[in-house]
Design a protein. Structure first.
Length: 383
């Protein structure tokens, strides 16, 4: 059931518009190719846009959402206000909403003067028009109500709640045990190690090419790099996990002086960790999402041939929109899903020989399927 989970509203915010109601049973019957959401236990419905009423006194209304305390600093060291967060997210809504749509969403919020915290379960004061989906969390033995951030109004509401980071599930709500991308998270040994992460990303790209695969790349918005490989919906969770581990192992073998699949930090010997644990119920920071880091950097997509010339600080809530212009580089650079249904049997042998058993992470908390959710790890260790 919904709960607070430290999720008090932004101090000084206006009362929520409505209370919420959940009554329909949750079911998950789905056939391949069925993209509908009619079988989900959800609430909320699409809303039409209303006129924007802006103000300069720290309060405003946009798309029916009351925005408050806009001129307050976002967090210590942010160099940005809550208004900057709202303006940025609203400005990139056509880019970030497709990445969040129909995916159970975890967010990281930060109240002024307090530590950041991850929120999975929507709080009790969540407006009724925010769509949600329920999943049983085996670890905590409870039903968790995840938001589905499918529209501008919901995104604005989250921004007003000081939700800075957006971590959608890799699987969609209507088919949570099928992820849509393999994810390789390149985690350098220290904050100054971004160039090392870039080198490791090129190793991953080389490993992918050896298997006939392609991927898109983005900065994590912190110190690392993410490589996403789109896959079709015929790939099982087990197959996806096997392939991700194998690609990580191949990349590490290409240059053992740069990359490693050793999960324990003390075993990495100053190398980049090729993290292959973003599988099953995992979440990952969305493309275009801000991060709770000094300067509020953004997880930003780049072309492979431009990766060596960028740094995480190049893309912030202040500068990212200028770099984007009218483009959507994440969509532009992302290849089509691979035809795994016909090629998997041929690749399974090489993948199994290359798979590393050292890329195994203990459960860090329940994800949308009740399995391990690696984004629930401490913020200090997130890339």
């Amino acid at each position: 059931m919904p709960g607070n989970d430290k999720g008090s509203p932004d101090p000084g915010a206006a009362p929520p518009l409505q209370t919420r109601s959940n009554s329909a049973p949750w079911r998950r019957p789905r056939q391949a190719g069925d993209r509908g959401l009619g079988s989900l236990r959800q609430r909320g419905s699409p809303v039409t846009s209303v006129s924007v009423v802006s103000g300069s006194s720290g309060a405003a209304q946009r798309d029916g959402v009351q925005l408050t305390n806009l001129d307050q600093p976002l967090f210590e060291g942010a160099g940005a206000t809550k208004r900057d967060l709202v303006e940025y997210l609203d400005g990139v809504r056509e880019l970030i909403l497709p990445e969040l749509e129909d995916r159970p969403l975890s967010v990281i919020r930060v109240h002024r003067g307090q530590e950041a915290f991850m929120q999975k379960n929507v709080p009790k004061y969540t407006p009724a028009w925010v769509r949600t989906v329920q999943f049983w969390a085996e670890t905590s033995k409870r039903e968790v109500s995840y938001a589905l951030c499918n529209d501008r109004r919901t995104l604005l509401w989250f921004a007003n709640q000081r939700a800075v980071e957006y971590h959608p599930a890799l699987g969609r709500a209507d088919w949570p045990d099928r992820i849509t991308h393999l994810v390789l998270d390149l985690d350098p040994p220290d904050p100054a190690g971004f160039p090392m992460a870039v080198r490791a990303a090129h190793l991953v790209r080389q490993a992918l090419a050896g298997a006939g695969l392609q991927g898109g790349v983005k900065t994590s918005g912190a110190k690392g790099v993410h490589v996403f490989v789109p896959i079709d919906d015929t790939v099982s969770a087990e197959e996806a996990a096997l392939a991700t581990r194998a690609i990580a192992a191949r990349a590490a073998r290409l240059d053992p002086a740069v990359a490693t699949t050793a999960f324990m930090k003390e075993d990495r010997e100053g190398k980049v960790f090729v993290d292959a644990t973003r599988v099953n119920g995992a979440t990952v920071i969305s493309a275009y999402s801000p991060r709770i880091r000094p300067g509020v950097p953004v997880s930003f997509p780049v072309a492979w041939d431009e990766l060596d010339g960028v740094a995480p600080k190049d893309f912030t809530v202040h500068t990212a929109r200028r770099h984007l212009g009218e483009r959507n580089p994440w969509a532009e650079h992302m290849p089509q899903p691979s035809g795994w249904a016909t090629t998997w049997s041929k690749r399974a042998g090489p993948f199994r020989r290359g798979a590393s058993r050292r890329c195994t992470r203990a459960s860090a908390g329940p994800g949308p399927t009740g399995k391990s959710d690696v984004s629930d790890a401490p913020l200090a260790s997130a890339t």
